[in-house]
Design a protein around this ligand. Structure first.
Ligand code: NAI
Ligand code: MG
Length: 477
């Protein structure tokens, strides 16, 4: 059984109980993880507090940065092993898992190099005063992460936290935490002191809830479903703790009549097929100007029909869904779409050798989807694309902004003035023009508005979340 990682050591869960780990490829249990409970969270919080008050908290920014950069180096040295673990745990194509591990390393390179560049400010004030604003770590940070990009999510949230001098406790998703556990040991071996990073595996309603509601936490970050995000923020609020929440999206890709379709179509299709659509920033709605609707849909259908669902080692375009429960949820969504007679535009191909009990769904494109249909408004979190026509720019804006979410959007047009207008008018945390892809983009601030959440991770702006300012006023005359 895999252990928890607390205070620099692998330790068994206090419950003595385990949770089975299933392969999405075959549906078979292949490992076990510890079932952490609130007692384990207590130990992790105590270890993290000791780290903040001890060796880790004494390190200079340069020392912290060096350790983080070294972690990045070691992640790359172990990339094949980590990618294999990630692919086995999630079922995703090995090539995609490899990219995810590269991104994990990038987070440590980026934030490790930035650790000694977190500056404060000097503010001119009344005569006889000097005023500075210093940035300090928040303290102990709780991170609850999901299963869709386990390695990337880990790097995205802990690298800036550690760079800023915080200590972290991660509750990875029970459905995919093998990379986090292996990573913790690599980070420790690279010189990260005991207690700076702790991993408590377990169920969300047990270990996760215990972490979110723990009075010893100074900041919470969460990526996952809106419902759980609200529960976590509510629990944290009882302790006056701030939350950074990233809760998914229904991201629009807006295609105008002057778009370069040859360039656009592979990217439009890739944005929903990647990771079997289990991506917060999946481009799950393609909005097409009516004058080119038929032409664009034909090209999308051609491309989508060539997409292949297969085993991780064969590097297909699309793998399985993460768990039996999510598989059931996605299948039900597709069945509802079929039952409401939505026209099927295209379907991807399933390889012949897929294990019978694997969590494989057949990716599908529906269109035209009526604007009030569930598929036009709700996140599927599976390889299901909705295509909707629009009339003009105003209509496109209304449609694109017309869901509860606001995370990422893209615009496809060769008209520069329209690019600029659309970038202003589209609501959300990121807008891509004639491109798409938040997956890498370690440097690019990322996060949502409304139901997509709040706060920003990635880029240097993440330090606004992971530090707290102190204004120091000195009267010298
Ligand atoms: P979830 O939100 O339940 O799980 C995400 C994380 O939260 C996991 O680590 C889980 O253990 C933890 N968690 C669950 N309940 C908790 C609680 N009461 N207190 C504290 N932590 C808790 O997501 P789930 O059930 O795996 O997927 C459901 C839907 O959520 C998906 O269909 C998708 O729409 C959305 N989702 C969005 C993600 C994103 O990247 N924005 C990632 C994963 C899921
Ligand atoms: Mg859940």
């Amino acid at each position: 059984m895999s252990m928890l990682f607390i205070d620099g050591k692998q330790v068994p869960a206090s419950s003595g109980q385990s949770i089975p780990v299933y392969s999405p490829v075959s549906g078979e249990a292949y490992a076990e993880i510890g079932r952490g409970l609130s007692a384990d969270v207590d130990s992790a919080v105590a270890a993290a507090r000791s780290a903040v008050n001890g060796e880790w908290g004494q390190y200079s920014a340069t020392q912290r940065g060096r350790i983080l950069v070294e972690i990045g180096v070691r992640v790359l040295q172990n990339i094949e092993e980590l990618a294999a673990i990630e692919a086995k745990d999630t079922g995703k194509p090995v090539a995609l898992a490899r990219k995810d591990i590269e991104a994990l390393a990038r987070y440590f390179e980026f934030y490790g190099s930035a650790a000694d560049k977190i500056h404060g400010e000097v503010i001119p004030y009344l005569s006889g005063y000097s005023v500075s604003v210093v940035r300090e770590p928040c303290g102990v940070v709780g991170h609850i992460i999901p299963w869709n990009y386990p390695a990337q999510m880990l790097g995205r949230t802990i690298a800036p936290a550690l760079a800023a001098g915080n200590a972290s406790i991660v509750k990875p998703a029970e459905d995919a935490c093998m990379t986090s556990l292996r990573f913790a040991q690599i980070a420790h071996d690279a010189g990260l002191p005991a207690g700076a990073l702790n991993i408590v595996t377990g169920y969300g309603r047990e270990a996760g809830a215990a972490l979110a509601g723990h009075p010893g936490i100074n900041l919470m970050t969460f990526t996952g479903s809106p419902e759980v995000g609200v529960a976590i923020q509510t629990a944290a609020a009882a302790n006056y703790v701030k939350c950074v929440l990233e809760l998914g999206g229904k991201c629009p890709q807006v295609v105008f009549e002057d778009a370069d379709l040859e360039k656009a179509v592979p990217i439009l299709v890739g944005a929903i097929i990647q990771n079997a659509g289990q991506t917060c920033s999946a481009g799950s709605r393609v909005l097409i100007q009516r004058s080119i609707y038929d032409k664009a849909v034909t090209l999308i259908a051609e491309r989508f029909s060539q997409m292949r669902v297969g085993l991780p080692e064969s590097n297909p375009d699309c793998g399985p869904i993460i768990t039996r429960a999510q598989f059931g949820r996605v299948q039900k969504f597709i069945e509802e779409c079929r039952a409401s007679d939505l026209p099927v535009v295209a379907q991807a191909k399933l390889d012949a050798n897929l294990p019978e009990n694997g969590y494989y769904v057949q990716p599908v494109v529906f269109g035209p989807v009526p604007r009030d249909h569930k598929l036009a408004r709700e996140e599927v979190f599976g390889p299901v694309l909705a295509i909707l026509p629009f009339d003009d720019e105003d209509d496109a804006v209304a449609l694109a902004n017309g869901t509860d979410y606001g995370l990422v959007a893209s615009v496809w047009t060769e008209n520069g003035a329209r690019q600029a207008r659309m970038a202003r008018r589209l609501e959300g945390g990121q807008v891509f023009i004639n491109c798409y892809g938040a997956g890498g983009g370690v440097e690019l601030p990322f996060g949502g508005i409304r139901k997509s959440g709040h706060g920003r991770e990635k880029g240097l702006l993440a330090f606004d979340e992971f530090t707290v300012t102190k204004t120091v006023v000195n009267h010298f005359s």
